[in-house]
Design a protein. Structure first.
Length: 248
């Protein structure tokens, strides 16, 4: 039995993971066509099933741009759990195997981008469970870090969620876990430096920048000597020490 779908898009939104199955090999979807999508939220045991309406489907070679509308009136079963209604914009390139997703909500505060992954339908059954499980672990880890650090970068105090990453101190593949003692909320640029060991945190919770780091003097001065708050540093100091032993 052949599938009616050619590709699956997995999207990590702020609230949960959405699974959108599409047929991108035939004619573009017509305006008003209904697409069933599935959302999985960390706090809910059951899946939420949505009926989304296609507003527009534009195809240019292998590039697809699909705009979907989610209306409360068409999703009564999900309405009691969901406050976010609006539009999603999917930008997919089947040749490059890339996907991007953006949410445009009726309430501006809910709008934002999601992290999207495109997989072929042939790989769907094999990879969906594994991929969703991994994304869910990442999402739960981020939620935990945002809670522990009060939604602020542990070093700079940055509060813009689009600029913050939940970083593992010891990578999971190096036997680091997803607990509060092995995580830190960092501004995205600092996360990259931390992963490359160009930014370290010493035994007193102070930021040390590597001499190998090629940055402007003003950037270096803004970061050098930054100090973690003592109550936060105490949670992770043992993991930081173990990390130093791994790198050294």
């Amino acid at each position: 039995m052949t599938s009616d779908f050619s590709h699956t898009v997995l999207i990590e939104w702020k609230s949960g993971i959405e699974i959108v199955r599409l047929n991108l090999t035939g004619d573009p979807y017509r305006c008003g066509h209904r697409i069933e999508t599935i959302e999985r939220w960390p706090e809910l045991e059951n899946e939420l099933i949505y009926q989304a309406s296609v507003d527009q489907h534009v195809v240019r070679d292998s590039a697809h741009e699909i705009r979907l509308t989610y209306e409360k009136a068409n999703n009564e079963s999900a309405a009691e759990h969901n406050e976010a209604w609006g539009h999603s914009l999917l930008q997919i390139d089947t040749k490059k195997r890339t996907a991007r997703a953006k949410w445009l909500d009726e309430k501006p505060g809910w709008s934002g981008r999601g992290r999207a992954i495109l997989i072929s339908e042939a790989m769907h059954a094999t990879l969906e469970y594994e991929t969703v499980a991994r994304i869910k672990r990442q999402q739960n880890f981020r939620y935990t870090m945002e809670t522990v650090y009060g939604g602020k970068c542990a070093l700079t105090g940055e509060t813009c969620t689009d600029l913050l990453d939940a970083a593992h101190i010891i990578e999971v593949n190096a036997r680091g876990g997803n607990g509060t003692t092995n995580g830190i909320l960092l501004r995205t640029d600092l996360h990259r430096l931390f992963d490359r060991n160009l930014l370290t945190i010493d035994e007193s919770g102070r930021v040390i920048l590597s001499a190998k780091l090629k940055v402007s003097q003003s950037y270096r001065e803004a970061l050098s000597g930054l100090q973690m708050r003592d109550e936060l540093f105490k949670k992770i100091k043992h993991s930081l020490k173990a990390r130093q032993e791994i790198f050294n």
